[in-house]
Design a protein around this ligand. Structure first.
Ligand SMILES: Nc1ncnc2c1ncn2[C@@H]1O[C@H](COP(=O)(O)OP(=O)(O)OP(=O)(O)O)[C@@H](O)[C@H]1O
Length: 360
């Protein structure tokens, strides 16, 4: 079941109302935190196994946002056959919160490695392996008519950091089903990773995620954020004007094939952008054949689990009208979006300073 703006309103997981603390002990410090959620490490009292518990507030700015969380749970359920999407174990509910018990990704965010010094940064070979996994996970979502809409290094986790583990995609809070043409009345994404169509009030489709993968690849290879400006407006201007550098300086020691891969994604027209399945065939990803790719998505083409197939991919659009009606995801002031600002690109390390989202 789906509502008008592509949110899934039906889930299968049984919601437990017995106390979370009867079955789990919280351990260590927080793993992460967003505007309305905090993620903590916990241990199953009966097995000793570690998990990540995501505590999500149901009331946000005075509004009941339980359905937003049900959408997140339902999408995690749909994606449960993808080894690259974090596994949802169970769900608890209290008066004020829903608690998602998730597989624990011990390697943390790939964001940390993107910021790492030279020796600890990803090698191109690492990036090829990780991008293949991200693409496999995203291709799985797209085959099942789901768009993530918030792909960024903070939402791509690793099962292990040293040795480098495998990818787990997290945070489906903005994700939507795109089986039918629906209107989406909210703005989605994080400034640096947001696709031009979002800024232009144009339809959102699976191509919107592919743009973010282009930005992600750029960041993982260079440690620099391609569109990042001094402030949100500059960042948006850089995106809408396609102010991006592929200079020798930035891409020192990185192959031309990698640049070619990014260029196939950072294309303003979403219809011309490479799709996930096409990216998986790109010669750059085939250029390291010795990399094991054991975690392949199961082929669900004959499976009862596969969701409805789109009739025409181009028809799978959500209208980004940005008429904000839900305080759970409110649009911040986007005036001056097109103002004539000086284009400034900053080192990726400055990213931490502007961690604000477009939506809250
Ligand atoms: N399964 C997990 N294992 C380990 N760490 C996790 C896990 N899930 C989330 N985290 C950590 O918690 C952070 C916040 O999680 P998540 O993005 O799901 O929350 P959020 O409130 O929806 O965030 P945002 O407001 O940025 O959208 C992640 O960036 C990550 O660092």
């Amino acid at each position: 079941m789906m509502n008008r703006n592509g949110m899934v309103t039906h889930m299968q997981t049984r919601i437990r109302t017995d106390p979370f603390s009867s079955n789990y002990t919280l351990v260590g410090k927080e793993l992460g935190r967003g505007k309305f959620a905090v993620v903590k490490k916990c241990v199953d009292k009966s097995t000793g196994k570690e998990y990540a518990a995501k505590f999500l507030r149901k009331r946000r700015k005075g509004e009941d946002c339980r359905m937003d969380i049900i959408n997140e749970i339902a999408i995690l359920e749909m994606a449960k056959f993808s080894p690259h999407v974090v596994d949802l174990r169970e769900v608890y509910e209290t008066n004020s919160e829903l608690i998602l018990v998730l597989e624990y990704a011990a390697g943390g965010e790939i964001f940390n490695q993107c910021l790492a010094d030279h020796g600890d940064a990803f090698t191109e070979k690492d990036v090829i392996r990780l991008i293949r996994q991200i693409l496999n996970g995203v291709a799985y979502l797209h085959r099942n008519n789901v768009v993530h809409l918030d792909l960024k290094p903070q939402n791509i986790l690793l099962t292990n950091s040293n040795p480098l583990g495998d990818i787990r995609i997290v945070d489906f809070g903005l994700s939507r089903r795109v089986d039918a043409v629906k209107e989406i009345r909210e703005i989605l994404g994080t400034p640096e990773y947001v696709a031009p169509e979002i800024l232009n009030y144009e339809p959102i489709s699976t191509a919107t995620d592919m743009w973010s993968i282009g930005v992600l690849t750029y960041v993982m290879l260079t440690g620099e954020s391609p569109f990042l400006g001094d402030n949100k407006q500059e960042t948006f201007l850089n995106i809408s004007q396609m102010n991006i550098q592929y200079s020798q300086d930035v891409f020192e020691g990185i192959t031309d094939l990698a640049i070619d891969f990014i260029k196939a994604l950072l294309i303003k027209n979403p219809r011309k952008r490479a799709k996930a399945e096409q990216c998986l065939q790109h010669p750059w990803l085939a250029s390291c054949p010795d990399i094991p790719d054991l975690l392949k998505e199961p082929d669900l083409s004959q499976s009862e689990h596969e969701l409805d197939t789109p009739q025409d991919d181009d028809e799978l659009v959500l209208m980004a009208s940005y008429t904000v009606h839900c305080p759970c995801r409110q649009l911040e002031n986007m005036d001056n979006r097109e103002s004539d600002l000086k284009v400034v690109r900053k080192q990726f390390t400055a990213l931490q300073e502007i961690q604000q989202e477009i939506v809250c």
